[in-house]
Ligand binder design. Structure first.
Ligand code: HEM
Length: 198
């Protein structure tokens, strides 16, 4: 008489199948734990970084979700690869012609300059530099009431240390830390990069 029923529960499985079921269950549980661990770690890291506020009073949490914002432009120096991203409010303004149409970016506009140390790609068939280690997030938010002295823009710099996987607010990043230089493009509402054609 065969012992396997239509719904094979563990106790009805032949010994070999029961062993496989056990091993499969353990492997499944470990995978879930690993995934759970990764998610918890990412959530923990996000919680940490978004609890940071710059000496100028700019909260990193104002920029929550910058990781997925649209690209405005990119830039590089010999030491740094940069990608500039902005929030939907600012992207929309760019697309309506701001700042070229003479209108300023609306309050609520946010832009981030993300920086990496570059490395030479070892896989590509041609010489190309690719991001290696993430290092800094330069951020600006438009709020004319909060930041009247710096063209309505609040500035902050958040540094990232890959070894400890931790962000810190740069101690020198006062709310107008970029104003002196960005005044060079006051006519473009203090923003150097245009929304690049694509
Ligand atoms: C901690 C203070 C600062 C913050 C938070 C900051 C933030 C930013 C951001 C978000 C951008 C990209 C948006 C844009 O196109 O304007 C940018 C670009 C730029 N900033 Fe600043 N900035 C700071 C200080 C400075 C200073 C002190 C200088 C001058 C030495 C400077 C010069 C520039 C230049 C030339 C660009 C365009 C080229 C590039 O992409 O690097 N900024 N900055």
């Amino acid at each position: 008489m065969s012992t396997v029923s239509s719904s094979p529960t563990r106790c009805n499985l032949p010994p070999a199948a029961a062993r496989h079921f056990g091993a499969f269950a353990v492997a499944g549980a470990m995978a879930l734990l690993a995934i759970g661990g990764t998610v918890l770690h990412a959530q923990g890291q996000d919680k940490d970084k978004y609890s940071l506020t710059s000496p100028g009073g700019v909260a990193f949490s104002d920029f929550r979700g910058y990781e997925d914002w649209s690209v405005v432009s990119s830039a590089r120096t010999d030491e740094v690869l940069k990608v500039i991203v902005a929030n939907p409010t600012m992207i929309k303004a760019f697309k309506t012609g701001v700042p070229g149409n003479g209108h300023p970016f609306p309050d609520g506009s946010m832009i981030a300059k993300l920086q990496w140390k570059p490395k030479k790609s070892m896989e590509a068939q041609f010489a190309v530099d690719v991001p290696d280690v993430f290092t800094q997030a330069f951020v600006m938010e438009k709020d004319s009431k909060r930041f009247p002295k710096s063209g309505g823009w609040g500035y902050a710099l958040f540094n990232y240390d890959a070894a400890s996987d931790k962000f810190t607010a740069d101690p020198k990043s006062l709310a107008d830390c970029g104003n002196t230089c960005h005044t060079a493009v006051k006519a473009k509402d203090y923003i150097f990069h245009p929304y690049q054609k694509r």
